[in-house]
Design a protein around this ligand. Sequence first.
Ligand SMILES: *Cc1c(COP(=O)(O)O)cnc(C)c1O
Length: 372
Amino acid sequence: MNQWIAVNEPLLIGNELQYLEECIKTGWISSEGPFVKCFEAEFAARIGQTYGVAVANGSAALDLAMLALDLEPGAEVIMPTFTIISCAAAILRAGAIPVLVDADPLTWNMDVSQIEAKITARTKAIMVVHIYGLPVDLDPVLKIAAKYGLAIIEDAAEAIGQTYRGKPCGSFGDLSVFSFYANKHITTGEGGMIVTSNPIYAERCCSLRNLCFKPERRFVHDQLGYNYRLTNIQAALGLAQLERLDQIIELKRAIGNQYQVLLSDLAEVQQPLAKTEYADNIYWVYGLVLRDCCSQSVSEITAELYANKIATRPFFWPIHEQPVFQRLGLFQEESYPVAEKIARRGFYLPSGLALTTEQIERVAMVLKSILE
Ligand SMILES: *Cc1c(COP(=O)(O)O)cnc(C)c1O
């Protein structure tokens, strides 16, 4: 009888237990504990930025990064339509307006050639989001940002340990954000971080994360903040995995490469790009897009996989098609055909770090039998 193959199962095989034990034995379990500062400093150093501000999750990191920019109401921020809702939500919550660009059909990242045409007098920032393991082509984006004086928010939640032309993802943003959710390359269960080299942005994020306490008199506030703090227990997990990040990336690549080989003769599916001129894929998730010649739908195929105890997830749903934004009157009549297509024809296979070679082989075999 086959066991379930989960879409993500984490692998906690480093110093996690030892560090957790230290939390329990010392009694440092809140955000005041020493692992938090240590994780912030070491993570920021690994990414190549000066400051790290650990927060409760990646969505909170996006919220604080946007607030730190301190934009005027109605400022516009250019972002991909093919991404998680947290990106657009953070822009809107900061009082700004998300302006969308379509996805590239091969990398599934934002089509950077569409950015410049979206710039207006109100544009203040570009939010780049690295999707599924390949980075956004950053050079053209950085050039546009410099030309128009725009800030860059870099969402590297899916690209921890990835590089763009040899430099770490997350080192390019004026503020860069990470998530440590259970399916990310480093996981603290729930968690996130903002990294920046700008002391003013770092200060604002620290303050907003901790209710905007006034330094000179506790319990007095001139601004409304949040409790978005990360605990010492979570930071202990993060630190243990940061020590193993190179191995984690190697393992992710091995999983992705194994799928690439096993599925290479399937005419019905478009596989992820193994590499671009600026990066090798780290396969945060192993995504597939059904080609036009495939007569079956994503829901039919994933239902059959599920019947064989193999879990999958659909691709992101485009921001411009989200019912919540349509109801708010946003993105009316806008159309981004690539994102609309991959949202309907894409899904991803089990991609967690605990996957075994045998499990990957079974997934490939079952998928082939469904498609043939
Ligand atoms: C996971 C993810 C987030 C959100 O992180 P949470 O910790 O789940 O809130 C944001 N952006 C991207 C690109 C992500 O993949």
